[in-house]
Design a binder for this molecule. Structure first.
Ligand code: DX5
Ligand code: ZN
Length: 235
């Protein structure tokens, strides 16, 4: 994986909502690759966050792809609304969805990219049959529902496993991670094979500002990418 291949997806959950457009613009100027929008319904996860109107507002102020991480009990009910609002990619949880294949196909029929998300206790093996239909897999590295949580290192073997499955079954499928990603944990997940990193508090929650926070994360990621390449050439 060449340096610069790993993408950063700032999660607006930790942004200052009174200045949301401004903060997203700052992230875009600082080289964000996409914007991650955490949608929570108070049932699927024990927290409430935002809905499609936020996507619609952001669509007007940024050119970046908008990915909707749907932490909601019945995503099928909301796909049309989020598609119309301007979402580019749906992230659908494996957990609690009895007809995930149908939900994935509905997302694709709306002309959107589709990813499946697996929680901490969900094994990588559940992805095997659905992987050929996916553009992306998201491995949660914290329990979903809240920002500012600590990265859970036992997810690293799972990230490696999913990377191997992707290479075998669906090369080109993106592997994203979400939760507790900062300049210390980013190199670990990049080493494990993640190529899209969601980061909320490490980007919007830092006193140093969005630009400086993005820069710090980018440097940590690039260093790891460079050392991975060196190791693969020498080994
Ligand atoms: C957690 C969300 C994350 C969250 C990440 O349920 O899915 O996207 O915003 O926040 P940090 O980066 O602060 O862990
Ligand atoms: Zn998320």
């Amino acid at each position: 994986m060449a340096p610069g291949i790993v993408k950063l997806a700032p999660s607006i959950l930790s942004a200052d909502f009174a200045r949301l457009g401004e903060q997203v613009a700052e992230a875009e100027r600082a080289g964000a690759d996409r914007i991650h929008i955490d949608v929570m319904d108070g049932h699927f996860v024990p927290n409430l966050s935002m809905g499609a109107p936020i996507v619609e507002s952001l669509r007007r102020v940024t050119h970046l792809p908008l990915e909707a991480h749907l932490m909601i009990s019945d995503p099928d009910l909301f796909l049309d609304e989020f598609a119309q609002a301007g979402s580019d990619l749906f992230l659908l949880h494996w957990e609690g969805n009895n007809n995930l294949h149908r939900t994935v196909q509905r997302g694709k029929a709306l002309g959107k990219r589709v990813g499946v998300v697996i929680n901490l206790a969900t094994p990588a093996s559940v992805l095997e049959e659905i992987l050929p239909d996916l553009d992306q897999v998201l491995v949660m590295t914290v329990n979903p529902g809240f920002g500012h949580q600590h990265f859970i290192p036992t997810t690293l073997p799972k990230i490696r496993r999913v990377r191997r499955m992707i290479e075998e079954i669906k090369p080109g499928c993106d592997l994203e991670v979400d939760g507790g990603i900062d300049a210390t944990t980013a190199p670990l997940v990049v080493n494990g094979g993640a190529n899209i990193l969601v980061a909320g508090s490490a980007i919007f929650g830092e006193g140093e500002g969005v630009g400086a926070a993005m820069e710090r994360l980018r440097i940590a990621v690039n260093q790891e990418e460079t050392s991975k390449i060196r190791k693969s050439k020498s080994g």
